[in-house]
Ligand binder design. Structure first.
Ligand code: NAD
Length: 433
């Protein structure tokens, strides 16, 4: 195993040279990262096909396209974001001026998951670079082809003291977490998030935790059921449900539940055809995850789908009806193509149901009723979400993206990424007159 203490020290020394703080240096690095996305496009498509059977279109959109768009936005705005901001000074401090100067933390550690293994590694890395940090990236071992490709892309094109990829499993993460990084950015499960937070506490390292949870889609009785069904199915079954912000379950008003399930079935057929085959649809990432998901298939009543093939790590888009909160499928984040549908009668009941459980990463509400929208938004705490849509709040760099409570702390994307990896240093400058 590499000596990570030496690696961190080298990065800290390089950071101390001040090189990474130059705005042009950051812009050049961001552009180089962007160019790598183009020159390695085919390699990225191949790696994701091999690791997750990810369809090309989805890789182009959700892995490559999002990273390129984010970098373009950062490059456009970096000078503005990096400029110290002059602020007011109270009259009690006569003769003084005040300003806030953004400075990078130093050396950042980024630990990434496997479900969008390029996007969720490179978006935080771009944030670290934009803010002027050095960085070590540890991709997930569960997507080995992508991990290896990222290592080649970064390690062949940047000096190790500036940006580097360290590949490995839990022991590697554990060893890296012992080092005294200046910032830790972790994306993954809530359980491992706690381990990361504990390790970070030892060095009092500021940390962003991008975690998961059970994100509900509440479908009210006034909802446009055709659109709701399409958008729920789209957000749930993309990447075979292995999306942190995928609707985990549906809470449907009891009056429209049956029609909604019928329309979700229609939406699945329209997207994947009558026979979803293992060839054109994402794999479940591993046998362990397949077995975990397979055990949920007998919860409640099978309303749609349910076929599976362990040899192909394939589970077709599945909807479960008559599920209760006591069923195993409702205990933890599902993170697979299985959608339980539960019901409510009154809005207040739906609100209590969600608000009494750990704060979800996302929440989706399908209703045009302003009162219902206000009630839900004002009475449930969750990371972020959408009204009459799913997952797309995370694909705009104008909205900070992150969780709250069990679903995480801190946020990133766009300006929020720059802010996350930046310490804002406040200075009062007094005159000697
Ligand atoms: P995970 O927590 O198992 O692993 C994430 C990373 O942590 C990997 O690089 C892994 O090697 C490392 N790791 C695993 N165990 C560790 C340990 N004991 N100590 C230190 N490091 C360890 O998560 P995953 O299975 O890769 O991803 C799925 C989870 O991530 C889901 O819960 C999902 O909701 C969440 N997620 C959240 C976001 C978000 O942006 N909020 C995005 C994607 C995924």
């Amino acid at each position: 195993m590499e000596n990570y203490q030496e690696l961190t020290q080298k990065q800290k020394s390089f950071f101390r040279t001040g090189e990474t703080k130059h705005t042009q240096y950051r812009i050049d690095t961001l552009n180089k990262l962007k160019d790598l996305m183009t020159t390695h496009e085919q390699d990225i498509l191949d790696a994701l096909k091999a690791d997750l059977n990810k369809p090309e279109g989805e890789t182009k959109r959700a892995e490559i396209g999002l990273v390129v768009a984010e970098i373009n936005y950062m490059v456009e705005n970096l000078v503005n974001w990096s400029t110290p901001e002059e602020v007011d000074t109270p009259s009690t401090h006569e003769g003084a001026t005040s300003f806030i100067t953004p400075e990078p933390y130093g050396s950042a550690l980024v630990i990434a998951p496997w479900n969008y293994p390029v996007q969720l590694a490179l978006l935080p890395l771009a944030g670290a670079v934009a803010a002027g940090n050095t960085a070590v990236l540890k991709p997930s071992e569960l997507t080995p082809n992508t991990s290896n490709l990222l290592a080649n892309m970064i390690n062949d094109n940047f000096s190790r003291e500036y940006l580097c990829v360290v590949e490995g499993e839990v022991e590697t993460s554990t060893a890296l977490l012992k080092e005294d990084f200046d910032y830790i950015f972790f994306t993954g499960s809530t359980g491992v998030g706690r381990i990361v937070a504990e390790a970070a506490a030892k060095n009092l390292t500021p940390t962003t935790l991008e975690l998961g949870g059970k994100s509900p889609a509440i479908v009210h009785e006034d909802a446009d059921l055709n659109e709701a069904a399409k958008r729920i199915a789209g957000g749930k079954f993309a990447n075979a449900g292995q999306t942190c912000v995928a609707p985990d379950y549906v809470l449907a008003h009891s009056r429209i539940k049956d029609s909604l399930i019928a329309k979700i079935k229609e939406a699945i057929t329209n997207t994947y055809g009558e026979n979803v085959s293992a060839s054109d649809y994402n794999h479940v990432v591993s046998e362990r995850h397949f077995d975990r998901l397979y055990n949920f298939l007998d919860n409640g009543d099978m309303a749609v789908g349910g076929r599976s093939d362990r040899s192909q790590l394939f589970i077709e888009p599945t909807v479960l009806d008559n599920v209760s909160f006591e069923d195993p499928v409702m205990q933890d984040e599902i993170f697979g193509p299985i959608l339980p549908v539960l019901t409510y009668e009154e809005t207040s009941q739906a609100i209590d149901t969600v608000a009494n459980r750990p704060k979800p990463l996302a929440l989706y509400l399908f209703s045009d009723d302003q009162e219902v929208q206000d009630d839900v938004l004002n009475n449930i705490s969750f990371g972020g979400g959408a009204i009459n849509d799913t997952i797309n709040h995370m694909t705009t760099h104008y909205l900070p993206f992150g969780g709250v409570g069990d679903s995480g702390m801190g946020a990133y994307h766009g300006k929020a990424s720059f802010d996350t990896f930046t310490h804002f240093k406040s200075i009062l400058k007094r005159s000697n007159k």
